[in-house]
Design a protein around this ligand. Structure first.
Ligand SMILES: O=C(O)CCC(=O)C(=O)O
Ligand SMILES: [Fe+2]
Length: 112
């Protein structure tokens, strides 16, 4: 994979992202299952994922600062979203060293 896109999302404490698939990349990239590589920095998020666009059936996982989530191959078209940002959970050392404002920074790398 040669990433040529980086999506930058910043979530304040009440930030959310509805369930969606990442499908703005080329047909070739999606059909090959080239991975989406997502870095979490700052406050912890509740991340939802599932086979359907249905929050009730989705599973969830906490993404903490420093976590890297990768979905590719058969999981490339997984529905996913963010339902909560947990205030005051960012590592204190990160806040001291970077002055990051309260919330969560997400960097998502993909190949078009
Ligand atoms: O913030 C996240 O962990 C997910 C971001 C995302 O799904 C997107 O930008 O498409
Ligand atoms: Fe996404």
């Amino acid at each position: 994979m040669r990433p040529d896109i980086c999506i930058v999302n910043f979530y304040s404490t009440n930030g959310r992202l509805g369930l969606h698939q990442d499908r703005d990349e080329s047909r070739d990239s999606i059909d090959k299952g080239l991975p989406v590589v997502s870095f979490s920095i700052g406050d912890t998020a509740t991340f939802l994922y599932g086979d359907e666009r249905d929050a009730d059936q989705a599973k969830d996982v906490l993404l903490e600062s420093g976590d890297v989530l990768i979905f590719g191959g058969n999981s490339r078209k997984v529905y996913h979203g963010v339902t909560a940002i947990h205030a005051d959970t960012a590592p204190k050392s990160l806040l001291e060293e970077t002055n990051l404002r309260p919330g969560r920074l997400n960097l998502t790398f993909k190949q078009y």
